[in-house]
Write a protein that binds this ligand. Structure first.
Ligand SMILES: N[C@@H](CCC(=O)N[C@@H](CS)C(=O)NCC(=O)O)C(=O)O
Length: 212
């Protein structure tokens, strides 16, 4: 099983399946293909039908789109708890994951994931504030209901989807909400996060467009 990813410092979509697979102890080969945005990332076309990362290749099958990869992993490894066991909790975890996959555009545009960035606020608009407020509410409700430390108790695909958001909220000083603090501590101390972050900090590449 091979996972193609972009730069660990910046590639939030790549981080999602990577952190899920690592957290769940799945063995996989990682191929990091650095961004070449100015040229349109032609290297990605060799393995990715959308010319984007991440892409998972398993037994001759190519799977693209981060959330589809997470679903594939849940199907392939049903014993690993990629989704919560309880079917109602599973439905809610999928709601949260889909909300992330299809939403929070203002936050994503204004505040790119950047593992090596120093914490520094930037001027953000109403749309970003609205996205952050929604995330605060969602995380607070999930943590209150599950008891934490992750959104649905144990680390699951919903957490993989929100992992890059933990970085964004921290690095752009976007929230003082207790639930955000609590969730960020849990996420940032998970060994899978620590491992990704360590590699990200060692990368030499600077993507100017993502240095907000
Ligand atoms: N909806 C896709 C988004 C993938 C995506 O936009 N990946 C970015 C990296 S984080 C990318 O490959 N960008 C390169 C490009 O657009 O040329 C997913 O969930 O996997």
């Amino acid at each position: 099983m091979k996972l193609y990813i972009g730069n660990k410092n910046y590639s939030s979509w790549s981080m999602r399946p990577w952190i899920a697979m690592t957290a769940k102890g799945i063995e996989f080969e990682e191929e990091l293909v650095p961004f070449n945005d100015d040229a349109g990332n032609p290297e990605f076309a060799v393995f990715s039908p959308t010319v984007k990362v991440p892409v998972l290749v398993d037994d001759g099958l190519t799977i693209w789109e981060s959330l589809a990869i997470l679903e594939y992993l849940a199907d392939k490894f049903p014993e690993k708890g990629f989704w919560p066991e309880d079917f109602r909790q599973r439905a809610l975890a999928r709601c949260a994951a889909n909300e992330m996959h299809g939403g929070f555009q203002a936050l994503r545009n204004a505040c790119p994931m950047n593992m090596r960035r120093e914490i520094r606020a930037i001027v953000t608009d109403q749309d970003v504030h609205r996205d952050v407020a929604r995330i605060e509410t969602l995380w607070a409700e999930c943590l209150a209901d599950s008891g934490g430390p992750f959104l649905f108790g144990d680390f699951c695909n919903a957490d993989a989807m929100y992992a890059p958001v933990v970085n964004r909220i921290e690095k752009y000083a976007l929230s003082d909400h207790d639930a955000v603090k609590q969730y960020s501590v849990a996420m940032k101390s998970h060994p899978a996060w620590v491992s990704w972050e360590k590699s990200a900090l060692e990368e030499p590449w600077i993507v100017t467009a993502d240095e907000a």
